[in-house]
Write a protein that binds this ligand. Structure first.
Ligand code: ADP
Ligand code: MG
Length: 311
């Protein structure tokens, strides 16, 4: 079996993306400015971000038995994300999400198939996880995630969790057993708010660290990120982007670049966050979750221009 350093367990979807002049009201018919589709899914995007930057990464999860599923798997092959542990499930559909972009804002409508097109506990490969260095997950399918985390824990594999708001609404008592295993939690502002009931990121992060999560990094969109550990709390600003085209996948790109820098290259938290903020700044200048994700040369080039004495 192929060995990878970073294993992603979670969702993979097709994103249909349309740019529109404004969000339509009921009964209104409008002309779109563009119509596009891209490979997407939070965890799948994350893995592509790591692989573009040279990471050895692989996906655990499922697609449907359809042409969308084939397309997603083929795209992983092109991106150098290992597909050993992807399952194509007969009688299930590959999820399609609909993303509407209007005047710098976005609305996302998620497919119901995200919940049902999934692997089961018996599909998990213990070797694939135990031979890796980092298990990253969005906890979308909780039972299978709990088992994967158990395997990771037993084999000294670090655990990284991206907590989106739609998962965080399950509440602390339902998620506690998962989240308390995290070596790092990477929520965005909304995820941090929903899991703690604190709308202030500083307080929310402190709350999570006090509960026992060693590192919490909250992403704050154009405000960058907030690092919190038992020892310190520090904000790292984002890079100024004049022409933001599409923020879909910004967090996934941040998380991917961060994981590679911190867990694989072994850089410190602050340097890793700058690297990851820069990757996300490049991402948001292109339409679609993945087209703007940089390779290492593009990212280093950006950092040389925007950071004094980074390397
Ligand atoms: N307008 C922006 N300008 C610069 N960087 C941005 C902008 N929006 C997002 N980013 C970068 O992307 C990261 C993740 O964005 P965020 O919106 O917090 O995550 P998510 O996409 O998960 O909601 C931010 O921490 C920042 O580095
Ligand atoms: Mg996110």
């Amino acid at each position: 079996m192929k060995q990878v350093d970073i294993v992603g367990l979670g969702e993979i979807v097709i994103d249909w993306v349309t740019e529109i002049p404004h969000f339509p009201k009921p009964d209104e018919k409008i002309n779109a400015l563009s119509e596009n589709y891209f490979p997407g899914g939070v965890t799948a995007n994350y893995l592509v971000a790591t692989a573009r930057l040279g990471g050895r990464s692989g996906f655990i999860g499922a697609v449907g038995y359809d042409s969308y599923g084939d397309y997603l798997v083929e795209d992983f092959v092109k991106e150098n994300v290992d597909i050993t542990c992807i399952k194509k499930i007969v009688d299930k559909k590959t999820p399609v999400n609909f993303i509407f972009l209007a005047q710098g804002e976005k609305t996302i409508i998620q497919s119901p198939h995200m919940q049902t097109t999934k692997i089961e506990i018996e599909d998990l490969s213990e070797d694939y996880i135990s031979n890796s260095k980092l298990l990253h997950t969005t906890v979308i399918h909780q039972e299978v995630t709990e088992k994967a985390i158990e395997i990771a824990k037993q084999n000294d594999v670090r655990i990284s969790i991206d907590l989106e708001s739609q998962i965080a609404v399950r509440g602390w008592s339902n998620l506690k057993n998962v989240l308390m295993n995290a070596d790092i939690l990477l929520p965005n502002k909304e995820g941090a708010k929903f899991i703690t009931n604190c709308s202030k990121p500083e307080k929310a992060a402190q709350n999570l660290v006090n509960k026992g999560i060693p590192i919490v990094i909250i992403t704050l969109g154009h405000n960058g990120v907030l690092i919190t550990t038992k020892e310190f709390q520090k904000a790292i600003p984002s890079y100024e982007v004049k022409n933001v085209i599409d923020t879909t996948g910004a967090g996934d790109t941040f998380n991917g670049a961060f994981s590679l820098a911190y867990w694989i290259k072994g850089w410190d938290l602050e340097k890793s966050c700058k690297y990851a903020n820069a990757a996300a700044a490049l991402k948001i200048q292109k339409l679609g979750a993945r087209p703007g994700m940089p390779n290492e040369i593009e990212l280093i080039d950006f950092l040389k221009k925007n950071e004094e004495s980074y390397f």
